[in-house]
Design a protein around this ligand. Structure first.
Ligand SMILES: Cc1cc2nc3c(=O)[nH]c(=O)nc-3n(C[C@H](O)[C@H](O)[C@H](O)COP(=O)(O)OP(=O)(O)OC[C@H]3O[C@@H](n4cnc5c(N)ncnc54)[C@H](O)[C@@H]3O)c2cc1C
Length: 486
């Protein structure tokens, strides 16, 4: 035993070593089953690799399901040209076929159709479905998907299993297994105790960079305060709201409604984030506070998502503080509305997000770090693996409508056997703030999974994967790359 000053935060104790059972030896191990991890696992398995996927909770989807963050936005540009397809589009198609998602009709993408625009403004979904065009000032419809999180959980299970992935839910990746600077697998914890999976390639899709940080990779720490990605959040659904009554009140007494929303929502979003939303979107989303759920059959449901600043989104004491504070805020807000706002009288809090909302965190230092200069220069790389629409930078979005993200942003500089396919990809803070979203992480995952399978097949390091073959495989999977753009 080392120091033992009981109660002191500097105390330390040595854990005894032990034998750990290796439950699988596989080609590719994906740690984390969020948007990045699911796409990684599916694409690696479809590319012929033996794949194990570890997820700490009992469902897949990460923030997109457990965080109640169900908008998959910015799939096309302000002009309506699609940039993101591949596995992300496949998931959307499967959900739409089951009435499990809302998407705008294709002919309205990039258009200023008043009827469609008014529909999204009315539902307060301007943040996801509309952008004010910086040149002509009109609202344009953005191709975005709003998904039913429960159907999404099931669909992701089915897709992963159909691809042949060996799925471990309730399994918390605890520590990478290292040989020198090479990751060779992962110890994980579950109700079955501590076990291990050995793998030729590991993909860190934990969102938080749990694997790359513990493997000794160089990384940028938590983002600066004031950015979207520096907040913890808690999503919540309020059900049985009489929307027609609420809307009538809002139409008859707009100033009173806005004042009540301000009172209900005080302290819900950091000032900097609120200002950014108003600047970029061109509509005062916060004045309306709630998003009205527009997924088929979700009538009478409103979504609320307070974002709270915190020092570190992976510090358990900060997570506990924010969880308690956010829950109280949600209850206070609902209670205030129930007592003061017509339409809320018989409402109830149906669900708070099972997972605390984590917006950003550590960013790995990769072989290449994508920055705002790359965007401003419209840089297309020899290893471009996805084409991401840029809708959130006002005039710059018109001048530079796409990001062409290189594969090297997923490859840690100084660790072998590891790829990073999640919001921890190698990027500047500014880029990460806007392009670490669900569809983006699915793109990184689809590329990482395909590359991992190629590395296993070729017996080479992940950093030596042939870029041209990777791109041609991705194109065959329906991924849009510079050569295939309209
Ligand atoms: C409140 C809020 C609102 C947002 N709004 C939107 C939005 O509208 N649209 C959008 O596209 N994005 C939005 N985002 C951002 C988006 O949700 C995330 O950036 C995105 O989900 C990142 O995907 P990921 O795969 O990197 O990580 P995550 O979604 O965080 O998934 C990581 C997964 O890994 C698992 N995991 C973590 N650690 C371990 C471990 N050690 N072992 C095993 N499993 C582990 C987690 O349980 C989780 O399933 C929002 C985020 C928040 C918090």
């Amino acid at each position: 035993m080392v120091a033992t000053a009981a109660g002191s935060s500097t105390a330390a104790i040595r854990e005894p070593s032990r034998e750990v059972r290796v439950v699988r030896q596989t080609d590719v191990l994906v740690v984390g089953g969020g948007p990045g991890g699911v796409a990684s696992a599916i694409s690696a398995a479809r590319s012929g690799a033996k794949v194990v996927l570890l997820e700490r909770y009992g469902h897949l989807g990460g923030m997109a399901t457990g965080g109640l963050v169900n908008a998959i936005p910015n799939l096309a540009t302000l002009e309506g040209e699609q940039g993101i397809a591949g596995i992300c589009q496949e998931i959307i198609d499967r959900l739409v076929a089951k009435d499990g998602a809302h998407v705008p009709e294709k002919r309205s993408w990039g258009q200023a159709d008043k009827k469609v625009v008014d529909f999204y403004l009315d539902a307060n979904y301007s943040f996801f479905y509309l952008r004010k065009h910086p040149v002509d000032g009109s609202f344009r419809v953005v191709y975005t998907c709003l998904a039913d999180p429960e159907l999404l959980k099931n669909e992701l299970n089915q897709m992963v299993l159909e691809a042949g992935v060996d799925l471990f839910l309730h399994s918390w990746g605890a520590r990478p297994i290292m040989e020198g600077n090479t990751v060779q697998g992962m110890f994980f914890e579950s109700k079955s105790g501590r076990q291990a999976v050995l793998a030729k390639v590991v993909i860190d899709s934990t969102g938080d960079g749990d694997v790359f940080a513990a493997a000794g990779a160089d990384y940028d720490p938590a983002p600066r305060p004031g950015l979207r990605i520096s907040n913890l959040a808690m999503g919540c659904w309020i059900a049985n709201v009489d929307i027609a009554r609420r809307n009538a009140f809002r139409a008859e007494q707009p100033d009173r409604y806005a004042e009540l929303m301000k009172q209900a929502g005080r302290r819900q979003t950091s000032d900097a984030l609120g200002k950014w939303m108003i600047e970029v979107i061109g509509a005062n989303t916060l004045d309306n506070l709630f998003f009205q759920d527009i997924v088929p059959n979700h009538d009478g449901v409103l979504t609320l998502q307070p974002h709270l600043p915190c020092k570190d989104q992976t510090d358990v004491e900060e997570m506990t503080r924010v969880d308690v504070e956010a829950r109280q805020l949600l209850v206070d807000c609902w209670d205030f509305c129930r007592k003061n706002v017509p339409g809320f009288e018989r409402s109830w809090i149906m669900l708070t997000a099972p997972q605390l909302g984590t917006t950003g965190g550590k960013r790995v230092v990769g072989e290449y770090t994508y920055t705002e200069e790359d965007l401003a220069a419209d840089r297309v790389f020899e290893d471009t693996i996805c084409v991401l629409p840029n809708n959130d930078t006002q005039l710059m979005a018109v001048e530079h409508p796409y990001l062409f993200v290189p594969y090297r942003t997923l490859v840690p500089k100084d660790v072998e056997g590891l790829l990073v396919a999640c919001r921890g990809f190698s990027s500047s803070e500014w880029i990460n703030n806007l392009w670490n979203l669900i569809p983006h992480c699915m793109c990184y995952g689809q590329a990482a999974g395909t590359a991992a399978a190629m590395a296993v097949d070729a017996g080479c390091r992940v950093r030596d994967v042939d870029y041209k073959s990777l791109q041609s495989k991705l194109r065959r999977q329906g991924v849009i790359l510079p050569e295939t753009m309209a």
